[in-house]
Design a protein around this ligand. Structure first.
Ligand code: PMT
Length: 219
């Protein structure tokens, strides 16, 4: 039984990886399974929120009561998020968004003729920063996936992307973070921080959402 701390609230969140095409059969992506984002969507629905989940390609069932929008590329994810942002009062960016995409996607399958090849990449738009600079903006929460200096890089992202809160995870250990069933978070906001020690992703999601509910009420 989860207390309905988010009843009357609406949450928009991203989950999973984005996928950037190289040609019709190949792509660039990352190891995000979507488990953390889907746990947040389930926990938020259980806590009474109206939830819209924008998901990259993952193999997970949609949690009961959650409105799901499936996307592939970062551009698709940005468009889906910006189409929904005005209808929600909380945003969480849990997706592992590809920072770069291929400059020219080949229309036909690239043949392996040369011994070496170069791909030219261009920077993708930042979905989280776009939400944070939207007016009116939802209570905006980012994730930070780091392998070193977790707190320092996360604080930098909190300020640089103008977020209300950031949930940082150390993704250097295979037992936590990407594709694992457990995770641990350091949650940081302007005037405070809290460590959420390692546990299963659904428990952690409920703990993070409880912190978010408290911060919104204090904002
Ligand atoms: O999916 P799982 O296997 O369960 O793994 C969970 C997770 C490790 C992917 C998750 O907990 C996590 O850390 N998600 C964020 C991963 C990430 O891309 O972090 P980042 O530090 O590179 O990005 C910082 C923030 O900016 C994130 O909120 C990200 O969604 C956002 N971002 C990044 C780049 C971009 N172009 N647009 C964005 O919105």
């Amino acid at each position: 039984f989860a207390p309905k701390l988010l009843s009357g609230r609406s949450l928009l969140l991203t989950a999973g990886p984005t996928r950037e095409a190289i040609d019709p059969v190949r792509y660039i992506s990352n190891h995000s399974s979507g488990k953390m984002g889907f746990a947040l969507a389930k926990a938020a629905a259980d806590m009474g929120a109206n939830v819209t989940l924008v998901s990259g390609p993952v193999n997970l069932p949609t949690p009961t009561g959650v409105n799901r929008v499936d996307v592939e590329s970062t551009d698709d994810m940005l468009n889906a998020v910006m189409a929904q942002v005005d209808a929600h009062d909380i945003f969480i960016g849990c997706a592992a968004v590809a920072d770069y995409r291929v400059a020219d996607i080949a229309t036909d399958k690239i043949k392996k003729s040369a011994t070496e090849m170069q791909l030219s990449l261009v920077r993708n738009p930042d979905i989280l920063a776009s939400v944070a600079s939207h007016t009116p903006r939802p209570f905006t929460v980012g994730f930070a996936a780091e392998t070193q200096d977790v707190a320092r890089y996360a604080k930098d992202k909190l300020i640089r992307k103008k977020l209300d809160m950031i949930a940082a995870n150390d993704v250097s250990s295979p037992e936590l973070g990407f594709n694992a069933d457990s995770n641990a978070l350091k949650v940081i906001w302007e005037k405070g921080e809290q460590d959420l020690p390692a546990t299963d992703k659904l428990t952690l999601a409920t703990q993070l959402l409880t912190l978010i509910a408290k911060r919104i009420d204090n904002a």
